[in-house]
Design a protein around this ligand. Structure first.
Ligand code: CO
Length: 135
């Protein structure tokens, strides 16, 4: 079996990162590590590290993006849970043998070289799960 090592991040979709930071940063007192644009996903993200994992706030920057459509349909809230694995390709192969429905059949590569893939909520009990392999 391919090892699942830890929770890397929990992503929350928001309408407005600055307004959301009033809760996460100002009221809860969590540290804000970074806010950055992700043009490839037409979104802005904010990272709040916590005990080796992160809360990731995601705000769409275009009406056309997948995140914008999700927000329009379901409103703000928890979007996905990201698990770190040693080998995304091997995990996808393992999941296929168990008939788990995948959103990405093959690993995708982020701008920073990380490999990732998403598992369909239909096979996970309703939670969108992302797999991450650090470079
Ligand atoms: Co993610």
């Amino acid at each position: 079996m391919v090892a699942v090592n830890k929770i890397n991040h929990i992503a929350v979709v928001v309408n407005d990162i600055e307004k959301s930071l009033a809760f996460w940063q100002d009221a809860l007192g969590m540290e804000l590590h970074e806010v950055r644009d992700v043009p490839a996903e037409a979104s802005r993200v904010a990272f709040l590290p916590l005990a080796g994992a992160e809360i990731e706030l995601v705000q769409p920057t275009s009406e056309e993006s997948g995140i914008a459509k999700y927000l329009a349909k379901r409103g703000p809230g928890m979007h996905h849970l990201c698990l770190e694995v040693d080998d995304v390709a091997a995990m996808l192969a393992q999941l296929k043998t168990k008939n788990i429905r995948l959103i990405n059949d093959e690993p995708r590569s982020g701008a920073d070289g990380r490999k990732y893939a998403f598992i369909h909520p239909e096979s996970t009990g309703g939670v969108l799960v992302e797999l991450y392999q650090l470079a």
